[in-house]
Design a protein around this ligand. Structure first.
Ligand code: SF4
Length: 612
């Protein structure tokens, strides 16, 4: 069937057999799941054997893009990388802004699905219809930046490259996939999955024109869209600071993770904030096809370049008690070079510092010490000593260390919380708890709305807002593989996206249809988690970390605040009802049927008895 927008082809790669086969996929997949996360969830549900070890050859590593990627449309140069997560045992994914997304689509593929394990380290080179497996022994062990630099020398600047650093090679459970010196994705260990397959990098080169339904409209819409972004009133300040101004905002509103989320304010916040960053900034960097370029490139205390945003600065700054931005930037660069997720890293480091302070571990790990922290980061990537324990993630580390440490191991479902303290933010806590991959803000960054709306409530409006954001951000944007920031930060209107979709695919998508696609994907991902956990699945999987319920803030304007467990549970039940899930957080048969997932219901019923 002739398709527009989508290429209609997946590349199936077996690293065990050195084989790559292009396959047309069922055309009904495209309008029902869109691309990116939607495709990844469907492929993993359909094709992944249940209960496999995520670091075994059986796992499938998927790179998937949406139908807008590769066209000249604002902020559309992204792909999703997904697999069963070695960190959580559930569904894992992340998006990366990378030329690899554009080149993969121009090579003719909507997704590349990789399984097996190479006999020796390998680089996969996909160039249009050909795929070759290149000996990577000279690359194994290299930092991610160096890997990409060398591959650029071989394949040219236009090649799209994703790779891993030593952390991925050493199977650190929160190793990421890295591209373009600082763009990284796949927090729940997608880099470790890549490493487990002995796959150092994938290089994409493509030269085909993408099939487009309305080429003239596409061109005009793209140009108009970019102009609209430039015309937004907050554009100029965004270019100055990107997400970094959130540091000051979080401090003001007492949501800035500090000392392993003990507090929501940090004495040295202004030293790591947006204006401090401007003093050491040298340039902007960004994803392809983006004129917002939010990566703040700064000179770090080692004299090297590091790309900063809010999350990495807070997790490697206030959360570990470090108030020197040049040093924070150096830690961030080291983590990117090693291929470690900076968020989970800052989280496990804060945990280790608290464990050391409380005498639960023999190692001396102090708050805010630059040199010692840098050494520990290397220990994590190379799995030495305490670093080896932390490399397994905070949930594992707490189980190993014991004491009361699981109360302040900050994660949901095994994925470390990101840079928003929730002592006084019930909606954000719900967003973390019900996110598709574990504690991540990507699906529903509800905190900014919650601060305006009011912190104390656990009401229905908060549940509705979380679901609304999960649909737009976690469902639609992640499946179209476009960046959420134009909408979130500049107010770029949502109405643009159905127009882009129409120009690309020739199909009209109403918001009702798009929301239903989002719900289908979200519910399928929940089904994946439940299928993997089987009878071990409980509603406790959707409860945020105990610290936020048990230990009130002791400083700042919201001193004394903590979450209320009874009210949270009522809110969670409301959330389940609105999602059409039962009291255990498991989708009901009727919900699955309504979303066109009757086959999923049939299968899931074998593992956990489904409610009608
Ligand atoms: S706004 Fe930032 S994250 Fe989004 S596409 Fe542009 S550079 Fe990438």
């Amino acid at each position: 069937m002739l398709m527009f927008g989508w290429t209609g082809v997946f590349l199936q790669v077996s690293l065990s057999k050195n084989k790559a086969v292009a396959e047309s996929y069922d055309a009904s997949l495209a309008p029902n799941f869109l691309g990116g996360r939607g495709f990844a969830a469907k492929i993993l549900w359909d094709k992944l054997a249940i209960g496999i070890d995520p670091l075994s050859p059986e796992n499938k590593l998927i790179f998937a893009a949406g139908p807008l990627t590769g066209f000249g449309l604002p902020n559309s140069g992204k792909l999703v990388v997904a697999a069963k997560s070695p960190l959580t045992g559930g569904y894992g994914d992340g998006n990366i802004g990378t030329l690899a997304a554009v080149q993969m689509r121009k090579a003719g593929y909507d997704a590349v699905i990789i399984d097996g394990k190479a006999k020796a380290p390998v680089i996969l080179h996909v160039k249009n219809k050909t795929a070759e497996f290149i000996d990577a022994k000279d690359f194994w062990g290299l930092y991610s930046f160096e890997t990409e630099a060398q591959l650029k020398k071989l394949y040219g600047r236009a090649a799209g490259i994703v790779c891993i650093g030593p952390a991925g090679e050493n199977l650190v459970k929160f190793a990421t996939v890295v591209s373009q010196e600082g763009r990284a994705g796949g927090r729940p260990g997608m880099g470790a999955v890549m490493g487990s397959k002995s796959l150092k990098a994938v290089v994409f080169e493509g030269s085909s024109d993408l099939p487009v339904a309305h080429p003239k409209e596409m061109k005009e819409l793209g140009a108009e869209g970019y102009r609209e972004v430039l015309a937004k009133p907050s554009y100029a300040f965004w270019k100055r600071q990107g997400t970094m101004s959130t540091v000051e905002w979080s401090q003001e509103n007492s949501v800035l993770p500090t000392f392993n989320y003990r507090e929501g304010v940090f004495d040295k916040a202004e030293k790591i904030g947006g204006f401090a960053m401007e003093k050491i900034k040298v340039s902007n960097r960004g994803c392809p096809q983006c004129n917002m370029t939010c990566g703040n490139v700064v000179k770090d205390c080692d004299g090297k370049q590091s790309e900063l945003d809010y999350e990495n600065v807070v997790m490697l700054g206030s959360n570990i008690g470090l108030g020197n931005l040049g040093q924070v930037a150096a830690l961030n660069r080291v983590a990117d070079e090693l291929g470690l997720d900076t968020i989970s890293l800052g989280n496990v480091l804060g945990f280790a510092m608290e464990a050391s302070e409380k005498g639960l571990i023999d190692e001396k790990v102090s708050w805010g010490k630059f040199k010692e922290t840098k050494a520990l980061i290397n220990d994590v990537a190379y799995r030495r000593g305490l670093g080896d324990v932390l490399a397994e993630g905070v949930q594992y580390a707490a189980a190993k260390i014991g004491g009361e440490s699981s109360n302040w191991a900050m994660h949901v479902k095994g994925l470390e919380t990101t840079a928003y303290d929730c002592h006084a933010a019930p909606a954000m806590a719900l967003a973390y708890a019900t996110s598709s991959i574990g504690a991540h803000h990507k699906d529903a960054w509800v905190i900014s709305w919650e601060v305006q709306f009011g912190r104390g409530s656990y009401g229905e409006e908060k549940v509705d807002k979380v679901i609304e954001l999960q649909r737009i951000r976690g469902g639609i944007f992640e499946s179209l593989t476009v960046c959420r920031l134009p909408w979130v930060e500049l107010g770029f209107e949502l109405e643009w996206y159905p127009k882009f979709l129409y120009a690309a695919t020739g199909m009209e998508f109403s918001w009702k249809t798009l929301n239903q696609i989002a719900d289908r994907t979200f519910t399928l991902i929940r089904a994946f988690w439940v299928r993997e956990y089987g009878r071990n699945w409980t509603k406790e999987m959707d409860i945020p970390p105990a610290r936020w319920f048990k230990e009130p803030l002791t400083k700042g304007p919201l001193k004394g605040s903590k979450l209320d467990s009874v009210k949270y549970n009522v809110m969670l039940r409301k959330y389940y009802r609105k999602r059409g899930w039962d009291e255990r957080g498991i989708p009901k048969k009727i919900t699955l049927k309504k979303l066109g997932l009757s086959d999923v219901a049939k299968q899931l019923d074998k593992y956990v008895e489904l409610s009608e």
